[in-house]
Ligand binder design. Structure first.
Ligand code: SF4
Ligand code: SF4
Ligand code: FES
Length: 239
């Protein structure tokens, strides 16, 4: 025997297929968008033209720095818009480009990278420990600690601290000492990589071999391959 069908509770096929919706506020205007989509997709869904801020769409390039606030919470938070989901009652806007000063340098010509930090970024030692940079970082990096490590010359620790930095720049506008912590981090990490880190010996041999044309024939062969040949060759190499 089958249960009787209660027509009063029936849901139309159209309603069953329709995704649950939430209300969000984008740059001050209210929209209904499907629950669970990313903030970036919510922009596209609502017809916003995204001419700046869309890059990798995978949480790696830092192009989609976003400010957001959740329902009834006054605190403005940060995230990467391509990898953060909408919530009902949320309000968000993409972060505008911030005109941080970027020093220019040739790492191979610097006399003493640890001292040169103070010429290139003289504001770095003025950090006031407010921790706003760390709170603003969507990658949960201890940015304040990274700046201090740079000032004290521990460039190895800086490179490890900033390993997950995606250069979204959200730590910069919040700094009361006008430091661009991400740029300080990049400088110290590069200086460590170029001037301090022990290089794998095979790396230079391989670079030289490439420069000497040892792989030119292989490149010619690869560049002439069809898509199928490329796939077969790559499958053979993997196995
Ligand atoms: S350190 Fe700064 S630039 Fe890097 S991910 Fe964090 S907020 Fe973005
Ligand atoms: S926001 Fe600026 S002053 Fe505050 S802890 Fe970070 S680097 Fe230091
Ligand atoms: S678009 Fe690259 S991190 Fe969001």
């Amino acid at each position: 025997m089958t249960d009787s069908f209660d027509t009063g509770k029936a849901v139309s096929q159209e309603d069953a297929l329709r995704p649950p919706m939430v209300t969000v506020e984008i740059a001050g205007k209210s929209f209904r968008v499907p629950a669970g989509i990313t903030l970036m997709k919510a922009l596209w869904y609502t017809g916003h033209e995204v001419t700046r801020g869309a890059g990798c769409l995978g949480g790696f390039c830092g192009a989609c720095a976003t400010y957001y606030r959740t329902k009834d919470d006054p605190k403005v938070k940060t995230c990467l818009g391509c990898s953060h989901a909408v919530e009902d009652g949320m309000s968000f806007s993409f972060a505008p480009a911030f005109p941080a000063r970027k020093a220019t340098y040739d790492l191979n010509k610097l006399e003493n990278p640890k001292q040169d930090l103070f010429k290139l970024y003289p504001e770095a030692p003025l950090c006031r420990n407010c921790n706003a940079c760390t709170e603003a970082c969507p990658q949960q990096i201890d940015v304040r600690e990274g700046v201090w490590k740079a000032v004290f010359g521990d460039f190895k620790a800086v490179s490890e601290t900033f390993m997950d930095c995606v250069m979204c720049g959200l730590c910069v506008p919040v700094c009361i000492a006008d430091i661009a912590p991400n740029l300080v981090g990049v400088y110290a990490s590069r200086a460590y990589g170029v001037r301090e880190m022990e290089k794998p010996p095979g790396l230079f041999d391989r670079i030289q071999a490439i420069a000497d044309g040892q792989y030119d024939d292989d490149w010619d062969r690869i560049l002439k391959m069809t898509d199928d040949e490329l796939q077969q060759t790559s499958a053979t190499i993997k196995s």
